[in-house]
Design a protein around this ligand. Structure first.
Ligand SMILES: Cc1ncc(COP(=O)(O)O)c(C=O)c1O
Length: 392
């Protein structure tokens, strides 16, 4: 019996072909026994500190806030080795791969950040990695494709469907179904079938745990709101997890509004609130009236996903967290604002969270403290920005 229910209210579950059930059961067992094993925590703690560079700083962005009433604090996950929060849970799943006696890792990637984190950790732990990436994403994230290859990973472009993250997940799941005896599927976000949403949350929880202690140290109280962008949902659930019981802290997830929610060209399944099944889970999903999955759109590859992790669907449905959307243009504007105000180049994904914080701060009429998860750095996005500026 798993200690975690596969469901978050009506969301979650294990909607997979029967052939994958033994692999998921094996993973659940390895995950839960690792949680109880002090040696596992010691080994993971060492890697998080000495390899990934944790704890990450909490930085008050004093020049960023457009309103003297509002203080904005950035949780600097962009400083984690690899350039994003993704490394946190990849290290844990890398160790789980070894505990299960497997030598190969299968992964999917959107922006390439999860792929880079997987390639890094596989190299460091002596595991073989093959990484599925949508052909469109390979194009917009070329430097990350090269990084993965440099570290010895095989990168497999996926041309089916829209050539983005959803299609990469499909291919990775197909590979896992055929090879789970020797390979672990290292899913990169808090989505997919049980136990992945719990597993990824537990190993990303460190973001919110550190931030909570750092906020108390910095200002002697918790923030009024904790804000994070939402693709599949791992950086957001990692930030939220330790604040869910803190009822005075507002939780705000920021979905990619793309070209605008009313254009249909976005990646905001929570906004649509249509329940469906994709990639082994029941959750909110962009789908048409026949249940066919619709193409998502976002300028940021890491948010370009038509579904969302089931715990976010639950937090939205119960009202514990609110979810808002920010357009491509607003995210790019926030990207530039942070570059100039603080000398920090954020990922376009994280710029969605920043854009919401900036809008909220500009409208505030009373004192407020905002905690924003800066989930990654923007070096990987320079091609996109330069193309937008007509520089290449
Ligand atoms: C920097 C960064 N932030 C956020 C995300 C979105 O993923 P998640 O919602 O799982 O945090 C990605 C995904 O690639 C990313 O690279």
């Amino acid at each position: 019996m798993s200690r975690f229910s596969p469901y978050f209210g009506e969301f979650g579950g294990t909607y997979v072909p029967e052939i994958l059930v033994p692999a998921l059961d094996q993973l659940t067992e390895a995950f839960e026994s690792a949680l109880d094993d002090p040696e596992f925590h010691q080994e993971l703690g060492k890697l998080l500190k000495h390899y990934a560079g944790r704890p990450t700083p909490l930085f008050e962005a004093t020049h960023l806030s457009p309103n003297p009433l509002v203080r904005i604090f950035l949780k600097r996950e962009d400083l984690v080795h690899g350039g994003a929060h993704k490394t946190n849970q990849v290290l844990a799943q890398g160790l789980l791969t070894q505990r299960m006696g497997k030598k190969e890792i299968i992964a999917e990637t959107g922006a390439g950040q999860h792929g880079v984190a997987t390639a890094m950790v596989a190299a460091m732990l002596g595991l073989k990695a093959r990484i599925y990436m949508g052909a469109k994403d390979c194009e917009r994230q070329q430097p990350n494709v090269y990084r993965m290859k440099l570290m010895g990973a095989e990168v497999i472009p996926v041309h089916s469907g829209s050539g983005t993250l959803k299609d990469a997940v499909n291919e990775a799941l197909r590979d896992w179904a055929a090879n789970y005896d020797s390979a672990h599927y290292l899913l990169g976000t808090a989505a997919g079938p049980h136990p992945f949403p719990h597993l990824v949350r537990e190993f990303q929880r460190i973001i919110g745990k550190e931030a909570k202690a750092q906020m108390l140290e910095a200002i002697g109280r918790l923030p009024d709101a904790a804000i994070a962008c939402v693709g599949g949902g791992s950086n957001a659930i990692g930030l939220f997890a330790d604040f869910i019981e803190e009822k005075d802290v507002e939780l705000v997830g920021v979905e990619p509004g793309g070209e605008g929610l009313d254009t249909g060209k976005h990646g905001a399944p929570i906004h649509l609130a249509r329940t469906g099944i994709l990639h082994g889970m029941k959750s909110y999903l962009m789908q048409d009236s026949d249940g066919q999955v619709e193409e998502s759109h976002s300028i940021s590859a890491g948010l370009d996903y038509p579904a969302v992790g089931p715990q976010h669907a639950y937090l939205a449905q119960t009202g514990r967290a609110q979810y808002v959307a920010v357009t491509d243009d607003e995210a790019i504007e926030a990207f530039k604002t942070l570059c100039r105000a603080e000398g920090i180049i954020p990922a376009i994904e994280s710029s969605h969270a920043l854009a919401y914080a900036l809008k909220r701060a500009a409208e505030a009429t009373k004192e407020e403290v905002l905690l924003v998860n800066l989930s990654g750095r923007g070096d990987k996005d320079l091609n996109t920005i330069m193309t937008l500026e007509g520089l290449q």
